[in-house]
Design a protein around this ligand. Structure first.
Ligand code: HEM
Ligand code: SF4
Length: 567
């Protein structure tokens, strides 16, 4: 019998739940059958995440329901993964219909190129998941301690490397999918296949210590925010061909207010691999994290902490040992921007791409702007694809030249023909969902940012920088789902109506921002940002981005790496 190491930290509760879940089954099936409650068992809420499902409740209704002595109004969020965010028109139509039939009728385009359906009640979960799978999309591993939706550059007209990079994203995605049959049993077939033993050759029965995120970027655009991922692949071109990828490890943005041991961190480039080596590299990086990540403290469990605890040289050695070969020297690549190119652009393939701005990523019919209906009508005759961007926007892709006018006409008929126009601030805004569905939100985000941007636009207009691109990102809490620490203006909810203001991120996604002022109200935000914007308008150097200016002008010190984020 092996000896017990008393000094080893105790695994967290979630580790126990995973270990005894029989490969993610838990008692989810029983919970779905229990009509006495709209919830599932507490332990199962941890497991359902691996199936892409978050139990939530409508926080707008909490007070009223408490007064009426009713319990919480339980609803579920279902996240649908699409590698690189690419879906067919048929899949778009399926998502549109499912949103109407069993969710709150809106579609949220997430900052990881996934769809989120909100407001699904327990009794409708099975139908929802089944229909998503019938459209050949899946919610499996869109959340949970596994590799999440693999991101890929969404704007394919700029480089011939996009198509291959998307193929690479798809290969990584399918290689790192969990193999458990639980998903099929619970949501699709309902039956356990007799005698069939589950195996998770990559993850094992306790999966990863924490979520794992991968993105594939194609310079010069860093729309996927590659350095915010645990693992990033940066396409390198040679003589017009894809030579391979620079490999970056250890990014992650979550942190906790007041806990300086938690911090956002950008991935660092450790080498280069050929396209045919990418899947192997991804697997081995995942294995190092599986075996060395912290399983006792979930706030310290991402790869970024494993690397900072052991050192990057240790990490490279571990990786190379498992690979049995050594990554080549990195080739080096530079990025110019994180934003999407809006409007019509001709692709290298001769077809057309229309990128439209989707405020807060929310596709809906609202206030005379009937985006959801417009996209449904476009999808009905579209022969190309749709691409969800990491900035929560949408590309109507591969539109033949002779179908362009029809797309524009449909957008116009539904009041959304100007979806690619707007101020440089608005077009570069991201907001996480926050209220009313996210249980962790300390403040509003998606429902409030548009209003704040409107008031800030009045300032940028007066200063003459209305059309200048300034990246503004807001989240309802410090977890960082809308990547606020990479916003030139980052706003992180601290309490209802109060936000921490961060400044100084790089426009290309290569530098984190830094805390400038704490717990500001709407009016205080305007007061604080007004002189900064005014000075930016007057004093900036040619081509100087807002984040760079904030550092040069001394508003904040540059953040060089995660650990000095709090300095
Ligand atoms: C560290 C702790 C974190 C926790 C506990 C957490 C939890 C959550 C929850 C509960 C939601 C669902 C909210 C809703 O839509 O109702 C969510 C959404 C999301 N999270 Fe996180 N999150 C964390 C960090 C992050 C980070 C660092 C990222 C990426 C940089 C991220 C990416 C996302 C994305 C893409 C969504 C979808 C919604 C959107 O686009 O706004 N999360 N997260
Ligand atoms: S950042 Fe916070 S509030 Fe926003 S979705 Fe993530 S967990 Fe919720």
């Amino acid at each position: 019998m092996g000896s017990v190491d008393d000094s080893a930290p105790k695994p967290s509760k979630v580790e126990g739940i995973k270990a005894s879940s029989d490969f993610l089954r838990g008692t989810i099936l029983e919970g779905l059958a229990d009509t006495s409650t709209g919830a599932i068992a507490a332990d199962d809420t941890q497991l359902s995440k691996f199936h892409g499902i978050y139990q939530q409740d409508d926080r707008d209704l909490r007070k009223e329901r408490m007064r009426e002595k009713l319990g919480k109004a339980f609803i579920f969020m279902c996240r649908v993964a699409a590698p690189g965010g690419v879906v067919t028109p048929e899949q778009w139509l399926a998502m549109d219909r499912i949103a109407d039939d069993t969710a709150d009728s809106t579609l949220k385009i997430t900052t990881r190129q996934a769809f989120q359906l909100h407001g699904v009640i327990k009794g409708n979960l099975k139908q929802t998941i089944r229909e998503i799978n019938e459209s050949l999309l899946t919610t499996l591993s869109a959340c949970g301690d596994v590799n999440r939706n693999v991101m890929a550059a969404a704007n394919p007209h700029e480089s011939s490397l996009h198509e291959q990079s998307w193929e690479v994203a798809k290969s990584i995605s399918s290689h790192l999918k969990p193999r458990t049959q639980a998903y099929h049993e619970i949501w699709l077939d309902g039956e356990k296949v007799a005698g069939r033993q589950d195996e998770e050759p990559i993850y094992g029965e306790t999966y990863l210590p924490r979520k794992f995120k991968i993105a594939v970027a194609v310079p010069p655009r860093n729309d996927v925010d590659v350095f915010s991922n645990d693992l990033g692949f940066i396409a390198i071109e040679k003589d017009g061909e894809l030579a391979g990828f620079d490999v970056a490890v250890g990014g992650g943005l979550g942190m906790t207010h007041g806990k300086t041991a938690t911090y956002p961190r950008l991935a660092e480039v450790i080498g280069f691999c050929r396209p045919d080596q990418v899947v192997e590299v991804a697997e081995k990086v995942v294995l190092v994290q599986r075996d060395h990540g912290d399983r006792s403290d979930r706030r310290h469990a991402r790869l970024k902490y494993t690397i900072d605890d052991h050192g990057i040289d240790w990490f490279k050695d571990e990786l190379h040992k498992r690979l049995g070969w050594t990554l080549d020297a990195s080739r080096g690549a530079s990025f110019e921007s994180m934003s999407d190119p809006f409007g019509w652009v001709e692709g290298l393939d001769g077809s057309w791409y229309y990128t439209l701005f989707v405020e807060g990523g929310r596709v809906r019919d609202h206030a005379g702007k009937n985006l959801k209906s417009a996209l449904r009508e476009i999808a009905a005759s579209h022969t190309g694809d749709f691409r969800l961007t990491s900035n929560q926007n949408l590309v109507i892709g591969r539109v033949p030249e002779d179908a362009k006018d029809k797309v524009s006409e449909i957008l116009s008929q539904h009041g959304v023909e100007d979806s690619h126009l707007g101020s440089g601030l608005r077009l570069n805004s991201i907001a996480c969902t926050a209220m009313p569905t996210c249980g962790l939100a300390l403040a509003e985000a998606e429902r409030y940012l548009p209003e704040l941007v409107t008031d800030l636009e009045a300032l940028t207009e007066k200063c003459g920088v209305w059309s200048d691109e300034i990246v503004i990102r807001m989240t309802g809490c410090p977890n960082g789902c809308g990547r606020p620490y990479l916003g030139e203006i980052g706003l992180v909810g601290k309490a209802p109506g109060k936000y921490n203001l961060y400044l100084g991120a790089g426009f290309d996604g290569t530098r984190l921002n830094k805390l400038y002022k704490e717990a500001l109200t709407h009016d205080e935000l305007l007061v604080e940002l007004k002189p900064v914007l005014q000075r930016y308008a007057k004093e900036r150097e040619s081509g100087e981005a807002f984040g760079d200016f904030c550092i040069r002008a001394g508003y904040v010190k540059a953040t060089l790496q995660g650990m000095d984020f709090h300095d």
